[in-house]
Structure formats: structure tokens, C-alpha cells
Ligand binder design. Structure first.
Ligand code: NI
Length: 171
């Protein structure tokens, strides 16, 4: 089922999401809905708080731009255990529609987490995948990429979101 995306400055986007405790059917449905919503909205990643669920769950698919064979990734309770180097990435966010800007982040990260069945795994990511993972994990901590920008640019982003909501008659 496609879920409704929450837009900045919705308060749920600013909450620190809770860890998933049960790897049950509800989680399977959540992850499947998150993929469906992400593809429908043409996003490269989605975090559960963006659909109003304050849990530490992210989904990603950066296959449009990389040769990464494992294109569909869901990580439950992800943690960044190492980060190095630094690079400028052009980011956007489904919760900040219509706005894109460059931010600087580590370009190599190691992430640990669990799959939807509760099995632990590790991802060694670089470039776009590393960027996307960090952006989605930020969502779980109540952070948005626009927080890294100047007040001037944050103001521009806010106006873009307002315009988008007006044009699409969203609340
Ligand atoms: Ni986002």
C-alpha cells in the first residue's frame, strides 16, 4: 500500500525514532509499503518517519545511478560504525519536495543493521550509496539534509515545500 509522505516541518520528522523490537508481520508490511511508496514517489530512499512511523527502518534503491547489484536494500536499526573521506553530494528529499542542494558528507561508511527477518548484516558503502544511507539514517535521528545548509538556503527550501504543497493541494 502506498503511504502518505509527511513534509517538512511535520513534527514526526523531528523525532528520534525508536528501535524495532519485533521482527514480525507488521514489520514485513511496513517495509513492503515503504518500497512501494518510495518507487511511486520516484525516490532513492525512504525512512519510516517520512510516512509517520517513528521506527528505525530505512529502504533504499540507488540502482538507477550505480552498478551495485543488490539494488533493493532494507535496513532495520541501522548504525554507522565507521566513516571516512568526504565528498560533496547533491541531495533531495521526498519530505522537502522540489528542493535540491549540495551537502558534504563522508564518502565511505560501514553500516550495521538487520534485515527484515532479524538477521544481522554489514554494508560497506561508498559514494551515492554511502550518501543515501547517511541521509536516511539522519531521518531516524530527526534530522533533515537542509539542517546542514545556511539559514538563507533553508528559507528557500521552506518556500519550495510551501509552493509544492499549494500546487498539489496537500496539507
Ligand atoms: Ni529524505
Amino acid at each position: 500500500m502506498i503511504r502518505k509522505i509527511l513534509y517538512s516541518p511535520h513534527p514526526v520528522l523531528r523525532r528520534v525514532a525508536a528501535k524495532v523490537q519485533k521482527f514480525d508481520d507488521t514489520l514485513q508490511v511496513l517495509v513492503s509499503d515503504m518500497f512501494e511508496t518510495m518507487y511511486a514517489e520516484k525516490g532513492a530512499g525512504l525512512a519510516a518517519p517520512q510516512i509517520g512511523v517513528s521506527l528505525r527502518v530505512i529502504v533504499l534503491d540507488v540502482s538507477y545511478a550505480t552498478e551495485n547489484p543488490c539494488h533493493k536494500i532494507a535496513v532495520i536499526n541501522p548504525e554507522i560504525i565507521a566513516a571516512q573521506d568526504s565528498k560533496e553530494f547533491n541531495e533531495g528529499c521526498l519530505s522537502v519536495p522540489g528542493y535540491y542542494e549540495k551537502v558534504t558528507r563522508p564518502s565511505k561508511v560501514v553500516i550495521t543493521g538487520f534485515d527484515v527477518n532479524g538477521s544481522p548484516f554489514e554494508i560497506h558503502a561508498e559514494d551515492l550509496l554511502a550518501d543515501c544511507l547517511q541521509h536516511e539514517i539522519d531521518h531516524l535521528n530527526g534530522k533533515l539534509f537542509i539542517d546542514m545548509l545556511s539559514p538563507l538556503k533553508r528559507g528557500m527550501a521552506r518556500r519550495k515545500v510551501e509552493k509544492y504543497k499549494r500546487e498539489h493541494q496537500l496539507d
